[in-house]
Design a binder for this molecule. Structure first.
Ligand SMILES: [Zn+2]
Length: 165
């Protein structure tokens, strides 16, 4: 089927290697549960950096759009992806665990000799998707769909909105 590139993480970073390509959204099996349809293509751009804030690192950019489901009206919601992350590489999980958690530090991952690039991309896409995506201006709210919603947050939101007007 589609090619499945793998990289040797530390080697890729040390040599400043570059890799880019695209995958159909349908090829990301773990993403599917969050999607309304698996149309579309995601582009990725991966770059190795020998040293960044003390770590060999991978820079990953992912762009494209996902077809999510609005959790308010259950309609289609196109979610544009603009991922641009820096992943600090560690040789072992113990190395990551031994460090104090720094909120401003880069995300750390364990480097492998055969890291599937598609899994790297999918991990970051899963992190980027909102847990409860909603239209910014959801028509379901005025169309009555919202009244069927029984979430306690829905009524809370109504109250908050009411005090502001
Ligand atoms: Zn909606």
């Amino acid at each position: 089927m589609s090619h499945q590139p793998v990289i040797d993480g530390l080697e890729f970073a040390r040599t400043g290697s570059k890799l880019h390509g695209a995958w159909p959204v349908a090829g990301f099996s773990r993403l599917r549960d969050a999607l309304r349809t698996d149309e579309g293509t995601l582009q990725y751009d991966l770059r190795g950096v020998a040293q960044e804030r003390g770590y060999p690192a991978l820079h990953l950019k992912v762009s494209g759009a996902l077809q999510l489901v609005c959790q308010r009206c259950l309609g289609a919601l196109e979610f544009p992806l603009h991922i641009d992350v820096s992943l600090g590489l560690a040789e072992t999980q113990a190395e990551i665990d031994a460090e104090p958690l720094a909120a401003e530090g880069p995300e750390r991952i364990v480097a492998g000799a055969e890291m599937p690039v598609r899994d790297l991309v999918e991990d970051e896409v899963l992190l980027a998707i909102p847990l409860a995506p909603r239209h910014e201006r959801c028509e379901g709210r005025d169309a009555g769909a919202a009244s069927e919603e029984r979430s306690p947050f829905a009524s809370l939101r109504g109250l908050v909105g009411g005090t502001r007007h």
